[in-house]
Design a protein around this ligand. Structure first.
Ligand SMILES: *[C@@H]1O[C@H](CO)[C@@H](O)[C@H](O)[C@H]1NC(C)=O
Ligand SMILES: *[C@@H]1O[C@H](CO)[C@@H](O)[C@H](O)[C@H]1NC(C)=O
Ligand SMILES: *[C@@H]1O[C@H](CO)[C@@H](O)[C@H](O)[C@H]1NC(C)=O
Length: 227
């Protein structure tokens, strides 16, 4: 099924990128991105790359392997729900406050940089996630970004662009900036619908299996994706 395979390198972020594309409608591509940085640890910074000429994309990171037909994935996560952006919630954490604690506990990033980002978000209106509020703007404020399904609509492109701005301006911990970005997008575009499908982590597990990350094997770059 893989027709095209183009490894390229992003010097700024020291990442090696693999793009897998496949035709499924005339003039349209379905794309898989797998980004691996050269140190061997995976990076979810898919939002660095805005490839607008694709109609749909499925992002899976390098520790995962798709086990479902990509057409079924688009149908299940986007078309059936009439959504343009689908991402799963985190299996455990739903509040940015918890995510901040966890990032610090595991030393994922410079603590003062995390504090700076977090304080800015609070000053700009981010509040704790309230699980019992049925009118909450999202089912969770913490995503699991290893599997993202997108239709490349103007609003989904704008969301990705704003998310990238946060990752670029503050820390690269994209789980910290997701909810803020979403709320900011809604605030900036009150009249424009944006259909984001935040699904449950178990649904993601049914579609893509997580494999333990291994050091990228350059002699066989295609091994991490098998359709
Ligand atoms: C941590 O972040 C702060 C604030 O952004 C910065 O001033 C400091 O140099 C950083 N420390 C390290 C070790 O990178
Ligand atoms: C959470 O939402 C519920 C239902 O809307 C509300 O009664 C409660 O006060 C909220 N809790 C906080 C801490 O805002
Ligand atoms: C990398 O892939 C090649 C070809 O499949 C294999 O022979 C080799 O053992 C692999 N190396 C590592 C370090 O996994």
């Amino acid at each position: 099924m893989i027709l095209d395979h183009r490894p390229c390198q992003d010097k700024k972020n020291n990442m090696k990128i693999f793009i897998y594309s496949l035709y499924f409608l005339p003039h349209e591509f379905l794309v898989f991105f797998i980004f691996c940085d050269l140190e061997g640890s995976y990076q979810r910074s898919f939002i660095y790359f805005e490839i607008v000429y694709f109609r749909y994309s499925i992002w899976i990171d390098s520790k995962m392997r798709l086990q479902t037909d990509p057409m079924l994935i688009l149908e299940y996560f986007l078309w059936r729900k009439k959504s343009e952006y689908a991402i799963s919630n985190h299996y455990d954490r739903h509040c940015v406050w918890e995510e901040v604690d966890q990032n610090k506990r595991l030393n994922k990033y410079n603590h003062s940089a995390i504090d700076e980002q977090f304080q800015y978000y609070q000053s700009d209106g981010l509040v704790k996630f309230n699980e019992s509020d049925s009118s909450a703007p999202l089912p969770s404020y913490v995503p699991e970004g290893s599997f993202i399904v997108r239709a490349h609509t103007p609003m989904s492109n704008l969301f990705s662009c704003l998310w990238f701005n946060e990752v670029d301006r503050f820390t690269s911990r994209d789980q910290l900036s997701f909810a803020y970005t979403f709320l900011k997008l809604r605030r900036m575009n009150p009249g424009k619908p944006f259909s984001l499908n935040m699904f449950k982590d178990c649904e993601r597990r049914a579609m893509a299996k997580i494999f333990h990350h291994r050091v990228e094997n350059t002699s066989s770059p295609g091994t991490s994706t098998i359709l």
